[in-house]
Each structure stands twice: as C-alpha cells, then as structure tokens.
Design a protein around this ligand. Sequence first.
Ligand code: SAM
Length: 253
Amino acid sequence: SDHAFEYPACPSKMDWSSFYPAFAASAERPGSCGLRDDKKVEIADIGCGFGGLLFALAPRFPETLLVGLEIRVSVTQFVEEKIRALRNKHAPKTTSTSASTSTSTSEPGAPAYAIPSVYQNVACLRANAMKFLPNYFAKGQLSKLFFCFPDPHFKARKHKARIVSATLNSEYAYVLRPGGIVYTITDVDDLHRWMVEHFEAHASFERVGEQDLEQDECVKVMMTETEEGKKVERNKGQKLVACFRRLEDPPWP
Ligand code: SAM
C-alpha cells in the first residue's frame, strides 16, 4: 500500500544527493535539494522497468540528470545495483579523493566543476508515479517525460488504472516546462489511441509532427533500447510512437 512508500512533502524537501553523489552540493558549492545549484533532475522515465532506456540515454546526456520511477521493489533494486556496477566500472582510475570525477577542464573564469564520469547522472526511485509526481518535481522542472510500453490494462473497468488520463495529464503538464516533450510508445493499438486521444484533448499539449520525430534521437533510443521494446522486436510486434509538446500557459485573463 502507499504507506510503504516514502516520499517528500514537496519537491524542495527532496534530498537527491545520495542518488547523484557526483553532483551533490558541498560547503564550497551549496545548492538546493542536496544538489549543486546548477543541477536538477530534468528527464524522467515513468515505469522504467529494468532501466534500458535510462542506461542508453545517460551517456547521451552526460550533463543532465535522469531518473526512472518504478513501483516494483525488486525491479527498482535491480536498476540500483546496475547503476552501482556501471559507475564502478566507469570510475576513472585515479588516486584523487573523489573516485567519481575526473579533472576539470573549465575555461578560465568558468566554475571549476570536476567532470563527472559516465552514469553518475542516472538514478532510480521506487515510487508510484500515479500518485506522487508533484511531490518530487516542481512546476516546469522536467524537459522530457517517457512512457515506454506502459501496462495496457485492457479491460474497460481497468482503464482508470492507466498511467495516462485526463487528470494525470494535468500533473504531467505541471511538472514539464513549456517546450518539454512527453514520449509514448506501445505495441497495443487501443492504448496508443487512448494516449493520443487524452494528450490531444488536453489544452497544455500538442502532438509533435512526424518530421520532428524523425530528427529526435530520443525517439530512436526509445524504439530500440527498452527491455519491453526488445521483447516486442523479438516477437515481430508493432511499435506505435506518439509524442506531445508542452505548450506555454495562456496569459491570465
Ligand atoms: N518502460 C519499461 C520498458 O519499456 O521496458 C517497462 C515497461 S513494463 C510493461 C511497465 C512498468 O511500469 C513495470 O515495470 C511496472 O512495474 C511499472 N509501473 C506500473 N505502474 C506504475 C506506477 N504507478 N508507478 C511507477 N511504475 C509503475
């Protein structure tokens, strides 16, 4: 039940430092939410499963913090273990006190942050994304939200359990910045139509056109790198993609 979930009362009470130690605030570099002041989580994978998307995106966005939200304990633990293993494997061989960073190559005058090694920017959080998203993320904090092969909940009486709905889409609009993108992919026709219908009906979103999709590297990664996507591939199933752009809020009347 939800009593088993720990979650912050509001985003400013969330301490991300143990999730991203290489980007943690310090006495010399104070910040907020446990992170240095130029860093916040910006990409979220909702229902990340075993983390294939996160591990493929992390090296492509080395300066951006990514998080996977996953409701199952054992799956979350698996992803956490894999993050630890990848960080260890890619830690620079150094005698310095920090094992997770290499030396800074900053220009004169620029902040002298050390350059974190790969996979320091990825984390996994056990959470029920249908309930606690605004507890973790402030208004407009995220630039990308992924819904890869969400559970289809086929039966009509189960549709309320779907992770895309009119109400939840308002939460997604809240945490995404204007211009931010929602990525969806599924092999289930009915769920694809449902997601398109619900995002298109929402005043804060517009569908992203085919041309823009073709140029978006994240779409390619989403189509090939998730565990569920690989399963669909093996079974020669279809992959239905739809993305939606967060619009600017209209001015107050
Ligand atoms: N996205 C992954 C992929 O493409 O390989 C996993 C897809 S799997 C079919 C759906 C995942 O969503 C499962 O791992 C499930 O535990 C997770 N999930 C379902 N409801 C959730 C919720 N409310 N909050 C967080 N995760 C959820």
